[in-house]
Every structure is written in structure tokens, then in C-alpha cells.
Design a protein around this ligand. Structure first.
Ligand SMILES: *Cc1c(COP(=O)(O)O)cnc(C)c1O
Length: 379
């Protein structure tokens, strides 16, 4: 044969998730931790490496790590499932609760993987857009859930890429009206310090997702976990690949989790850095900054795509461009970096914006004439 039988027709309109592998000196595009693992943890790991049995399959349930996480959350190991990154667990949730003839509700703009995994798993997607401040449209969501046909709800808390939290009362209202599986994605929990964990006992359909990728410097290792009712975890284990979390990742994640107090100072530094970025961006003028409870900041600026390119090509600063995403016109997202990286980003934006102002004056299209925002631009 000189041809390939076509794949599932659904794939025709799917574009691969573009995890843009662009290199820059200052990498602030993927919400990673700015620092590598602390030296003391790396020391421990390298000491153990000689004992690791590379020839053996890993513990399929990552028992040690599972016990540690269960204990820290006041749960039993059967309430915890470890995954190859949080992303794998989102996919498994849709394999188990989604699929053909079933429906996922999400609230865009939000984490793109919910929609992508819905398509890949053949799950119908119902999108209830967020309001102007990116707040969940609680009334619309509750009304839609009351129709009774939604199988899964996914809410990023705080929301990536907008940074805001949904009020706990709204999440409780959602849990009260539906028996759908409700995933509260707490990927940024260590920064927001908000969790739905206390509501798990009353609501067996509540599932919480967390990850080692953001606050614990482990994005390269791929470890995440869900907390959920024993019955939910049991169903998820039916659809998962038994060895998806390798021995090395289990080992390192357990070590990091045991020593997690070591990360506290860095988490505080990142929260301080977030405030620096928010204030710094607001002070520049011509930039709308959205409040964030995570380790990134979303902002809106005219000609955002041009600013993104300028940052990359002239300053070697990489941020995330959302300017062509629905509901995020002219928005960019910057991850909180180290103090030096934050400074470099801010002075680059300042530079670019002041050049813009200068060229606008020269071309006789003063910004204040066009926007009517004189004070803010210093005229
Ligand atoms: C980063 C992220 C995840 C999971 O990331 P992994 O690296 O796969 O663990 C899940 N949800 C949201 C909203 C995220 O931003």
C-alpha cells in the first residue's frame, strides 16, 4: 500500500498542543519554578541513585508517595492517585467520566488541556465563558448543571491563565446542585493557599488536583496527584497505564514532599515577586494588570503580540502570548521568576513602552488622543 488509513475523524480539527520550545535567557512562559531543586535534596538523590533498580518495573501505585500525600491531607492512601504530571490525571478523569455521549463543562478562558482532552476522549464540551473580570458565571453554570446532563466539571482554582480564584461559596453551590464529577484543579495551591479539601467528606463527587511542577521545582519529572473519594480513585485506576509514574520520579517526589518545608521560603519569595510584577506593570501605564493568586500575572496591552516578539527578540525574555486566544485579546502572561529575571522583564517592558510613546508622539498619534487616558500616560 502507498497510503495510510485515516485516523479517527475527530482528529482532523485537532492541532497538537503547542508547548513552544523556544529558548531565551529569561524563561517566564510556563509557570515553572525559577530555581532548580535545592542542593541538599539533589545531594540526597544522587546518594541513592546507586541503589535504584532500573531493571525493575516501578511500584504501580507509588505507595510510599501516596501514603505521604494521604497523611499530609488527613486522608487514606485509597483517596490518592499519583499521575505522570497533573495532565495525565486530567486525561484519566475524562477517560473514566467522559467519552462519547458524555459531557464536560468548563469555564473559558481557562487551562487549555481540559478542552483538548475532551476532544481526544470524544467528550462533548460545554463552555460557559467567564465574565469581564474572568469570574465564573455562577448563575449560568448552576442553571446548566440543573439540566442534569453534565458528567464532569473542571475549574482551575486559581484559574490559569487569568490568576483569579472562584469564591468558595460558588464552588459549594456547584457541588450542591450536581452529582457530576467536579474537578477543582489546585495546581497553584501552594501559592493561593486555598483548598476545597475540607469539603471532600460532604461531597464525594469532589476531586482535587495538585502538582509538583509549580511550587516544587519538578516540572521536568512529571508528578501530580488527585485527592478524591475511594470509589472515584478506583475507577481512575481502571483507565490508567499501570507504570506511568517511573521509579525515579516516585523517589524524588517522595523526597521533595517529605522535605517540603525547605520550599517555603522560595514560595514566599515568589509571592513577593508576583507583587513586584503586578505593581511594576501597573506603574508603566497603558497596561491593564489582572490580580493573581498564583505564580504568574496576566496583563493586557495594546499590540500585545508585537510586545511579545520585541521582548523575545530584543531582550531575550520569553513570556506566554495569549493575544489570539478567545476572551484574552491582547493578553500576555508572565511567570514570576527570580528577582533578577523579574527586573529584567520589567525594565524591558518599560523600555518598549517608552519607545512606543516616543514614536506615537513623532507620528502625531499621541496615545491620549486615541484612548482618552491622558493622566495614565503622563501627559
Ligand atoms: C500546570 C498545570 C497543571 C498540571 O501540570 P503538570 O505539569 O502536568 O502537573 C494542571 N492544571 C493547571 C491549571 C496547570 O496550570
Amino acid at each position: 500500500m502507498d497510503r495510510i488509513r485515516p485516523p479517527r475523524p475527530e482528529l482532523e480539527y485537532l492541532v497538537p498542543y503547542d508547548a513552544k520550545d523556544i529558548k531565551a535567557e529569561v524563561m517566564l512562559a510556563a509557570n515553572e519554578h525559577p530555581a532548580n531543586l535545592p542542593g541538599e535534596i539533589v545531594e540526597k538523590i544522587s546518594g541513592w541513585l546507586r541503589e535504584l533498580r532500573f531493571n525493575r518495573y516501578p511500584d504501580p501505585m507509588a505507595s510510599r508517595l501516596r501514603e505521604l500525600i494521604a497523611e499530609a491531607n488527613g486522608l487514606e492512601p485509597h483517596n490518592v492517585l499519583i499521575g505522570n504530571g497533573g495532565d495525565e490525571l486530567i486525561f484519566e478523569l475524562l477517560l473514566a467520566w467522559g467519552g462519547p455521549g458524555r459531557t464536560l463543562l468548563d469555564c473559558p478562558p481557562t487551562f487549555a488541556m481540559y478542552g483538548i482532552d475532551a476532544q481526544v476522549s470524544g467528550t462533548e464540551l460545554v463552555r460557559i465563558p467567564r465574565g469581564p473580570e474572568f469570574e465564573v458565571d455562577a448563575e449560568a453554570v448552576l442553571a446548566r448543571l440543573a439540566e442534569g446532563d453534565i458528567d464532569v466539571v473542571m475549574i482551575s482554582q486559581p484559574n490559569n491563565p487569568t490568576g483569579n480564584l472562584t469564591p468558595e461559596t460558588v464552588l459549594i453551590d456547584i457541588l450542591n446542585v450536581t452529582d457530576a464529577l467536579v474537578l477543582v484543579d489546585e495546581a497553584y495551591f501552594e501559592f493561593s493557599r486555598q483548598t476545597m479539601r475540607p469539603h471532600m467528606e460532604r461531597h464525594p463527587n469532589l476531586v482535587i488536583l495538585r502538582t509538583f511542577s509549580k511550587a516544587f521545582s519538578l516540572a521536568g519529572l512529571r508528578v501530580g496527584y488527585v485527592l478524591g473519594h475511594e470509589d472515584v480513585i478506583r475507577e481512575l485506576t481502571k483507565v490508567r497505564q499501570p507504570y506511568s509514574v517511573d521509579s525515579f520520579a516516585q523517589w524524588v517526589a517522595a523526597s521533595v514532599f517529605r522535605d517540603r518545608v525547605v520550599f517555603q521560603q522560595a514560595i514566599r519569595d515568589i509571592m513577593r515577586g508576583r507583587d513586584t510584577l503586578m505593581h511594576g506593570l501597573s506603574a508603566i501605564g497603558g497596561i491593564e494588570v489582572f490580580p493573581s493568586e498564583a505564580n504568574f500575572v496576566l496583563f493586557r496591552v495594546e499590540h500585545a503580540a508585537a510586545l511579545w516578539r520585541d521582548l523575545l527578540h530584543n531582550y531575550s525574555v520569553l513570556v506566554r502570548d495569549f493575544s489570539r486566544s478567545a476572551g484574552l485579546d491582547d493578553c500576555l502572561r508572565v511567570t514570576v521568576g527570580s528577582d533578577e529575571e523579574n527586573d529584567r522583564f520589567l525594565s524591558a517592558v518599560e523600555d518598549i513602552m517608552s519607545h512606543r510613546r516616543a514614536s506615537e508622539i513623532l507620528s502625531g498619534t499621541e496615545a491620549h488622543v486615541r484612548h482618552g487616558t491622558a493622566g495614565e500616560l503622563g501627559y
